[in-house]
Design a protein around this ligand. Structure first.
Ligand SMILES: NC(=O)c1ccc[n+]([C@@H]2O[C@H](COP(=O)([O-])OP(=O)(O)OC[C@H]3O[C@@H](n4cnc5c(N)ncnc54)[C@H](O)[C@@H]3O)[C@@H](O)[C@H]2O)c1
Length: 364
């Protein structure tokens, strides 16, 4: 295969970003676009006259010249459209979140593996220069032991009718955490609310617990007066801030931290040493994430590789969404995350036991 011929399904808000990037991705040919709304297809025809447009998805499935299908339609259609694409022998690019339920996600993963087709879930953040750089820093051990992840993702957002703010916004953090930590959370506690009757939850606070000792907290909302996209990652050696709204210097690394004495004679005195060193901002790749991701998709198809955001990552994210949603509907009760028996990444040895601060026995 010299060129991957791709058809895009859905030309609403996100679909045009896929179409624009796929049209420019080396090794990819934007062959067709389908949407139920003929008016949207008129816009495609104007911008890309050579691209085939149709309101019938079946036309793409029946076209033997189409190698891959990208689905950018509402979440409740992902499973049906995605399964049909795989059954027609097409490689699949599926928007996040992959499906509404983890059972559906598992079926898509199995179908793609059975047919040896590439299944990429579009968790776009994983392909940004910022997240990739943070991944390099953590992997190199520069942060020391990762201790916590704290994210604020709020704005006066577009209220979705079909999914909650967890599926819309926290989904990005679930994917970033999976990529950075290489670990599935063991338990989740989430609280949230819908301020408008009959609509999905528009605000949520989520805590994720990991066996290794990492704790993550996410604050997501469509009802905030200002837009904030900021993440703090604390390590035993260094700490990172990531402000996605910064035009440059999105990522900053601080040589700051504390150390506690190991001397049992002094342990009751809470001997703590503070370290405040330099701050630096690493250079980040400025290439658009969807372009990086498009090239990666082509490479995976041509060389039979698994994408960095493959169906298994997509499935783990859906498992976390399910657990967080169940917890939220139980007013924050702890929910243990369902684990996929095939996930070989879960055997991280605990670095420490939670002792809930009882170590000091000095209640304040
Ligand atoms: N990766 C990201 O960062 C990112 C960002 C935004 C949205 N998304 C995802 O993209 C997907 C689409 O979101 P959106 O905001 O563009 O939605 P949207 O409602 O704006 O657009 C969906 C489009 O799909 C069309 N459509 C629906 N069913 C169809 C079908 N059966 N066949 C053909 N066309 C169909 C609709 O007519 C509409 O034009 C969602 O899964 C969303 O989560 C991802």
């Amino acid at each position: 295969m010299t060129v991957v011929n791709i058809g895009v399904v859905g030309y609403g808000y996100w679909g045009p970003n896929l179409v624009r990037n796929f049209a420019e991705t080396p090794g990819m040919n934007l062959a067709a676009v389908t949407d139920l709304d003929p008016k949207k297809l008129e816009v495609v025809k104007k911008r890309f006259p050579a691209v085939k447009t149709t309101t019938r998805y079946q036309d793409l499935l029946d076209d033997p010249g189409i190698d891959a299908i990208a689905i950018a339609t509402p979440v409740n259609t992902h499973f049906g459209l995605g399964l049909a694409a795989l059954k027609a022998g097409k490689h699949l690019w599926l928007e996040k979140p992959m499906t509404e339920t983890s059972d559906e996600a598992r079926q898509l993963v199995a179908e793609a593996e059975k047919r040896k087709l590439v299944l990429l879930v579009d968790h776009t953040f994983i392909y940004t220069g910022a997240v990739r750089k943070i991944g390099e820093i953590i992997k190199a051990g520069d942060l020391g032991e990762t201790l916590y992840y704290d994210s604020t993702r709020i704005n006066l957002g577009l209220f979705q009718r079909d999914v909650s703010v967890i599926s819309d916004l926290a989904v990005h953090d679930f994917a970033i955490l999976d990529f950075l930590l290489g670990e599935h959370p063991s338990a989740v506690s989430a609280s949230g609310i819908n301020h408008f009757p009959g609509t999905p939850e528009n605000l949520a606070y989520i805590t994720l617990f990991y066996d290794s000792g990492v704790i993550a907290h996410l604050n997501v909302s469509w009802l905030a007066p200002v837009k904030v996209r900021s993440i703090l990652i604390g390590g035993s050696q260094k700490m990172i801030t990531y402000d996605d709204l910064e035009p440059s210097e999105k990522v900053k690394i601080y040589d700051k931290g504390v150390s506690f004495t190991d001397d049992p004679a002094q342990i009751q005195e809470m001997r703590v040493g503070y370290r405040t060193g330099d701050m630096w901002a690493p250079k980040l790749s400025g290439m658009e994430a969807l372009r990086v991701e498009g090239e990666h998709f082509v490479d995976c198809i041509k060389n039979a590789k698994a994408p960095q955001t493959d169906g298994r990552l997509g499935l783990r994210v859906v498992e976390v969404i399910e657990a967080a949603t169940n917890s939220m509907r139980g007013r924050g009760e702890v929910v243990y995350v369902q684990r996929d028996a095939n996930d070989r990444r879960q055997s991280k040895a605990p670095r420490r036991k939670y002792d809930h601060g009882q170590r000091t026995a000095q209640a304040k």
